[in-house]
Design a protein around this ligand. Structure first.
Ligand code: PLP
Length: 430
């Protein structure tokens, strides 16, 4: 039995001061019948809570921690940078260096604007697309999450799916009315909108590999066809690579998937664990942004030197040989182990994976979109989650999230995780 006395105390105090005691709803553990564990520190593949419990961590700060936590090379670079000042409100050489690195790594990215979050990246990309096309409507996919701006909080994946609220209160109807919802992996659901109102659609925004309804890879041909239809109607394609950027290869995942989006959103990994977001794209679109052009976007801490330095150091380390082969091997080991554990336990479930992003859906045999994902057995998932936590394995407290494997996870970590999964599944089935 886990000793969570200090976490329970902090939860009680936090509940009086912070809505739900968390500063982002995905950190709550309500959906799995627990109170959140308050974290004290993390190192490599491990995370430690306020009661001193140690877990093998697959949340990885929801994506940024691809090297593992607190890589000493990154923290040393940040310490060195922070001695020079924390934020200047003026451009730095570091920003030019990170922009160059991103533009070299991502085909079709002539320029990049650094922001403070993925949410801002989505807001900015959509504003650029609306300005470039002179159109207002956007298409997004059910279950894809692009941050919490008004127009995009419609059928927005993990957080809402976990809490069972597809849309947010407080979003003006007039704004939500500009957003069309298509089904991931269904080209028909997209072409229907273009046939009906193609001339008023500014952009389609998509996670090229969906990771906020659990991991759902695109079917072959889905994304290329999507780009063809959008471009045929004069609309732009925005690839949200806030999770997938630099996670599956050194650059954008859209390149592996043989598509050339007009705008690419980045975040998470490129800030090495510090707040960041980015929009990249071809020159004429990016130069619509102020002060070069008429599309306004700004940020007191945009391109923050500590974030940029942490990102630069992280990307430098990701460039080392065999990085992505190692992540793929770790992902494949996890997938094979999960499938074997499912077979042995007799539990119904399936495993979706893209490189080091993995989701095991409980109670359902195939997931290709959010409609499928919602059929997962969330009660059984909750029991499965509790079984893992009790065995020292920390995954996101939601069926609709990815497990993020890092370079710090050893084969031994993964094998221990698979053993725990087997045992937790056995209990869940019983
Ligand atoms: N886009 C995707 C695909 C995400 O997963 C997220 C966050 O999880 C965002 C955008 C929003 O990023 P942020 O939380 O930095 O605002």
């Amino acid at each position: 039995m886990l000793n969570a006395k200090k976490s329970a105390e902090l939860f009680a105090q936090g509940s009086l001061l912070i809505p739900g005691a968390v500063n982002s709803p995905v950190r709550a553990m309500k959906a799995v019948g627990l109170d959140p564990l308050f974290v004290e520190r993390a190192c490599g593949s491990r995370i430690y809570d306020a009661d001193g419990n140690e877990f093998i961590d697959y949340v990885g700060s929801y994506g940024p921690a691809i090297l593992g936590h607190s890589d000493p090379r990154v923290t040393a670079a940040m310490a060195q940078q922070s001695a020079k000042g924390l934020s200047f409100g003026a451009p730095t050489a570091l920003e030019v260096e990170l922009a160059r690195l991103i533009c070299c790594a991502i085909e079709g990215a002539d320029k990049v604007r650094l922001l403070s979050s993925g949410t801002e990246a989505a807001m900015t990309a959509i504003r650029i697309a609306r300005a470039a096309t002179g159109r207002d409507k956007i298409i997004k996919f059910d279950g894809c999450y692009h941050g919490h701006s008004d127009a995009l909080l419609v059928r927005a994946g993990s957080g809402g799916m976990t809490l069972g609220v597809p849309d947010s209160a407080g979003v003006p109807e007039a704004l939500a009315a500009l957003t069309r919802i298509a089904d991931f992996n269904s080209i028909e659901s997209v072409s229907r909108y273009f046939a009906a109102e193609g001339s008023s659609i500014a952009a389609v925004i998509v996670e090229p590999i969906a990771a906020n309804m659990g991991v759902v890879p695109p079917k072959p041909g889905f994304l290329p066809e999507l780009v063809k239809i959008a471009h045929g109607a004069g609309a732009l394609v925005i690839c949200d690579e806030v999770i997938t950027g630099f996670r599956l290869r050194f650059g954008a995942a859209s390149q592996i998937l043989a598509i050339a989006p007009d705008l690419i959103m980045l975040g998470k990994i490129i800030g090495g664990g510090m707040p960041i977001g980015a929009v990249a794209g071809r020159r004429e679109l990016m130069d619509l942004l102020a002060p070069a052009g008429p599309v306004y976007q700004a940020g007191t801490l945009s391109g923050n030197p500590i974030s940029v330095r942490a990102g630069l150091e992280t990307l430098k380390l990701l460039k080392e040989p065999a990085t992505y082969e190692r992540l793929e091997a770790a992902g494949a080991r996890m997938e094979a182990g999960m499938r074997a554990a499912l077979r042995r336990s007799g539990a119904i479930g399936c495993v979706n994976r893209a490189g080091s992003l993995v989701t095991m859906f409980v109670g359902i045999e195939r997931v290709e979109n959010a409609l499928d994902a919602r059929k997962a057995d969330t009660k059984k998932f909750a029991a499965f989650f509790r079984g893992l936590i009790a065995r020292g394995i920390y995954i996101a407290p939601s069926q609709f999230e990815a497990m993020f494997i890092s370079l710090a996870h050893t084969h031994d970590d993964i094998d221990r995780t698979i053993d725990a999964i087997g045992a937790a599944l056995g209990e869940t089935a019983a």
